[in-house]
Each structure stands twice: as C-alpha cells, then as structure tokens.
Design a binder for this molecule. Structure first.
Ligand code: FMN
Length: 196
C-alpha cells in the first residue's frame, strides 16, 4: 500500500513538472512572436507589379520595422514586353539606375531587402540601393518574388553589391504568394537566427 502511495505521489509530481515545462515553452513561443525583435529593422523593397510590395508589407507588419520603397527616378514601362527589353539591356550593362529617394541605413541592424527576380538577378534599382548605401556589418535578409525561376543566385548578387554585409538565406515566393503567405512568412521569420 505504501509503495502504491509513493508511485502515486511521483505520478502527480511528474504531471506537475510536465505541465510547468509545457507552460514555459508556450511562453517562450509567445515571446518569440512578439515583434519587433531586439534589432532595429528596415524593410526595403522594389516592386513593379505589386507582388514584392505585398510581401514587404506583411514582413513589416510582423517585424514592426520601418518600410522603404526603392523607386527608380525614371519609372519602368508598364507593358511586360517593353519592361523586359529595358531590363535585359540594364542587366547586361550592370546598370544602376538613379533612385527617386534614398534612406540612411546606418541606424538599422537588420535590413530585409525585397526584389522581384528580374532576368535571373536582382532588379537594377535594388542594385543601386545596395551599392550606394553602406552595408558593412549589416545583416541583410533577402526576399524574392519570382515567376517560377526560383532564387537563382540572387542572395549572392546581393552580397556582391552590398560590400561587407552578412546575407541570410532568402525567402522565395512564387508570384504574389497565396493565402498561406503570411503563415509562411511567420515560420520563416521564426527560423531566422537574428543577431542580438
Ligand atoms: C523585366 C522582368 C523580368 C523578369 N525575369 C524573371 C526571371 O528571370 N525569372 C523569374 O522567375 N521571373 C521573372 N519575372 C517575373 C517576376 O519576377 C514576377 O512576376 C514577380 O512576382 C514580380 O514582382 P513584382 O510584382 O513585385 O514586380 C520577370 C518579370 C519582369 C517584369
């Protein structure tokens, strides 16, 4: 009888500890989802037809960071055929078209950089943004909207343009994404090891 009583006490204690551990891991999860992170975050993006912009706005919502639209001084043609022609030439020449405005990135620790995949690489205005700013020691988190080609070596192209930066693995979104994109973004943000 005494042995049964002792086993019973251990079972109750075990259940109590398991409950407490579960509650603390839930707290940790909740805390993890409380944004902004400990870093000063900027979400900078270029978007021609709106897909990258939608992703940027969702990242900004979830991180609580500042947002900056990278906009070329001379807008690209709206027609697909025409814009492809212009961009093909720009990419072949390594062009860095002038921007409408710029932002001082020095006060940010983490900079999310969004671009559509354009002719297998970053959109030229994003190249301008990265080559004119000072990104040494900054963490860049790329997000890429593409039409089926995937991420190419866009993260590598970003690293080349933003000298001295630390570039994390990009989020790839096919076209504008779908109903699941906010959840996908949340999972991706939770997987990213952000520097403190
Ligand atoms: C000029 C141009 C070049 C493109 N090149 C590629 C490409 O190389 N690979 C690809 O998968 N999609 C390519 N696309 C498709 C875009 O990456 C895709 O539609 C993207 O979601 C557009 O983002 P946005 O709406 O933010 O501009 C290209 C689109 C344009 C307009």
């Amino acid at each position: 009888m005494k042995q049964i009583f002792i086993v019973f006490i251990f079972l109750i204690l075990g259940a109590g500890i398991a409950f407490a551990l579960n509650a603390s891991s839930q707290n940790a999860l909740d805390k993890k989802e409380v944004r902004p992170m400990n870093n000063k975050v900027l979400v900078a993006y270029f978007s021609h037809s709106g897909n990258t912009k939608d992703i940027a706005l969702e990242i900004q919502k979830q991180t609580g960071g500042d947002i900056f639209e990278i906009a070329p001084l001379k807008p690209y043609p709206r027609s697909y055929g025409e814009v492809v022609e212009v961009v093909r030439v720009e990419v072949a020449n390594g062009a860095t078209p002038k921007l409408k405005n710029n932002i001082d990135v020095s006060k940010y620790d983490v900079i999310f950089v969004g671009t559509p995949a354009w002719c297998n690489t970053i959109a030229p205005p994003v190249k301008t943004f990265l080559t004119t700013g000072t990104f040494k020691g900054k963490t860049i988190v790329p997000f890429i909207s593409h039409g089926g080609g995937g991420g190419y070596d866009i993260a590598g192209d970003i690293k080349k343009a933003a000298a001295g930066s630390n570039v994390l693995k990009p989020l790839l979104v096919y076209y504008g994404g779908d109903y699941n994109t906010p959840k996908e973004i949340q999972n991706w943000l939770n997987r990213i090891v952000m520097p403190k």
